[in-house]
Design a protein around this ligand. Structure first.
Ligand SMILES: Cc1cc2nc3c(=O)[nH]c(=O)nc-3n(C[C@H](O)[C@H](O)[C@H](O)COP(=O)(O)O)c2cc1C
Length: 202
């Protein structure tokens, strides 16, 4: 069994349509930890020791957040800046995180098609996640494809629930070590491994 840490960051959860439903589907089991960063640190005073201990006691770290200006909400940046210390997470003796896995579970207002060279956002969504991917790799961690829900402004409640179930299936599979390297390598988004009805227009 893999130990999963979900680092959740949503500054306006009370207005959320999608993440509010995704987090309801996070399985309650011993090897999955849900950690709400805005709830824990409303003043942004991040407890570095606590966060580092959490990282050490888990195998797969999932940053779950909405896409904000092609990045994440600011507490994610604060967390990265403070917790990934030189000499601990990176640098000559910074090997604490070696071999761990990181991925992102993100939602975007823009549709899948709009994240393309010919679309409004010009680039594929994972390209916007490159600074995050490179940061993780500098810290000797593997970076796996993201779980993504597109088109959050137009998506129906039914389709949100389908994605929430898909999210749950992914977490259960990750926790049970059921996703092979070959399967991962073959997917653009982690969602691809957990097909849902094609009625979704996102
Ligand atoms: C400050 C802000 C910046 C945003 N930037 C982007 C963006 O760069 N790209 C995008 O596709 N959507 C963007 N959005 C839309 C959000 O990603 C979208 O509202 C969110 O994923 C919906 O999830 P929720 O229902 O859980 O809040 C932005 C929204 C806000 C409030």
């Amino acid at each position: 069994m893999a130990r999963i840490l979900v680092l959740f960051a949503h500054p306006t959860l009370e207005k959320s349509r999608v993440h509010s439903q995704l987090i309801r589907q996070i399985p309650i089991q011993q090897n999955i930890t849900f950690h709400d960063l805005y709830e824990t640190y409303p003043d942004f005073h991040i407890d570095i020791d606590r966060e580092q201990q959490l990282l050490l006691s888990h195998d797969i770290i999932i940053f779950q957040h909405p896409l904000y200006w092609y990045s994440g909400p600011p507490i994610i940046k604060q967390w990265l800046d403070l917790v990934l210390e030189h000499g601990w997470a990176y640098g000559a003796n910074g090997t604490a995180l070696t071999g761990k896995v990181t991925m992102q579970a993100v939602t975007s207002g823009g549709s899948f098609d709009s994240y393309n060279p010919g679309g409004k956002h010009k680039q594929k969504l994972p390209e916007y996640l490159a600074p995050f991917e490179n940061t993780v790799k500098i810290c000797n961690m593997d970076y796996w494809p993201p779980f993504v829900v597109h088109g959050t402004h137009r998506i129906s409640d039914t389709d949100i629930q389908l994605h929430a179930t898909q999210f749950k299936q992914m977490l259960l599979s990750l926790a049970a070590d059921r996703i092979s390297a070959a399967e991962r390598a073959g997917c653009f988004y982690m969602n691809d491994l957990f097909p849902i009805p094609s009625t979704i227009q996102s």
